[in-house]
Design a protein around this ligand. Structure first.
Ligand code: PEP
Ligand code: MN
Length: 334
């Protein structure tokens, strides 16, 4: 961190700032020029609040040199993080394909979709039991009963299961869930992130629809700083001025996040576009951009789906798509 000091600053105030920084184990490299003086702060500056320093009387401006996230930062962890979930691996050599309906609707529905996506080569099964819906009048998910059905479908298909948690109080219900999803709307629910940092289970963290890469990575840092190092980042589209699509899938986020962090990065072209006919192209584009995996909403009867039917692809479409994604992925990995 670099601190530019105001000209003719009060020496007593400068001494106070020196002492304050020293107490935080920060070394100061002072460089005094004719028109301005600069301090280079050396040490662990991740806990320093640049805005607080910038607001001090003697300070002109502050510039961060190092990212504020440590645990997720590739600079301090060169190798890719690889996460094992039952019989599959996320962030390794093979493409991770998480497929399933937006919501769990019945045992028949979730088991049929689970078997279909497994046959097509999916590696994990998704399905929402607790649904964050824009309208309070929309279907809110089957809740605990839905979780039970998802577990049955996971067992019958042999696929590990991924499902969304909406609140810390639900955590005891997620004991048999293989990967816990934190939705876009909860990306900055810091209480929830903190709690998930204290468990030993992979967390699929979705990017908030208005979040910068740094804010997204800081949310992952919240989980990791609690001791849980199994975090998967998911780009799921952001808000832009475009209204034709539900969101704009930010493909640049994939190589950018992989450069900034060692965590696995996956993409969700279903929420990223909101339109089933755009999903295959954007899923392929995500794989081409270097994603470690994709999460795709798949339904056996999208017209009658209880949520997000318009962005859910049919099981047959998924079958063709998955074959193409796997072929493309091996090309990208070469
Ligand atoms: C979901 O995956 O079903 C979901 C609600 O996604 P998001 O949090 O990205 O909107
Ligand atoms: Mn959905």
């Amino acid at each position: 961190m670099i601190v530019v000091l105001k000209q003719n600053s009060d020496e007593r105030q400068l001494e106070e700032l020196r002492n304050w920084l020293k107490k935080k184990n920060i070394m100061i490299q002072e460089s005094t020029g004719e028109s301005c003086s600069i301090w280079g702060l050396v040490g662990d500056t991740s806990e320093l609040d640049g805005d607080v320093i910038a607001s001090m009387d003697v300070v002109e401006s502050v510039k961060r040199i190092q990212e504020p996230y440590k645990k997720v930062n590739r600079k301090f962890h060169q190798q890719d993080t690889v996460i094992s979930v039952k019989n599959t691996v996320i962030g390794g050599d093979d493409l991770t394909v998480i497929a399933g309906p937006c919501s769990i609707e019945s045992e028949e529905q979730i088991v049929a979709i689970a078997k279909a996506v497994k046959n097509s080569g999916a590696t994990l099964l998704r399905g929402g039991a607790f649904k964050p819906r824009t309208s309070p009048y929309s279907f809110q998910g089957m809740g605990t009963e839905g979780l039970k059905l998802l577990k049955i479908a996971g067992k019958e298909s042999g696929l590990p299961i991924v499902t969304e948690i909406m609140d810390v109080t639900q955590l005891p219900l997620f004991e048999d869930v293989d990967v816990i999803q934190v939705g876009a709307r909860n990306m900055q629910n810091f209480n929830l992130l903190k709690e998930l940092g204290s468990i030993h289970k992979p967390i699929l963290l979705k990017r908030g629809m208005q979040a910068t890469y740094e804010e997204f990575l800081m949310s992952a840092e919240h989980i990791m700083s609690g001791g849980n190092e199994q975090v998967i980042l998911c780009e799921r589209g952001i808000r832009t001025f475009e209204t034709y699509t539900r969101n704009t899938l930010d493909l640049t986020a994939i190589p950018a996040l992989k450069k900034l962090s060692h965590l696995p990065v996956i993409a969700d072209p279903s929420h990223g576009t909101g339109k089933a006919d755009l999903v295959p192209s954007m899923a392929m584009a995500a794989v081409a951009a270097g994603a470690d995996g994709v999460m795709i909403e798949v339904h056996n009867d999208p017209e009658h789906a209880w949520s997000d039917g318009s962005q859910s692809i049919r099981t047959e479409t998924f079958d063709t798509l998955n074959r193409k994604m796997i072929a493309l992925h091996s090309l990208v990995r070469e």
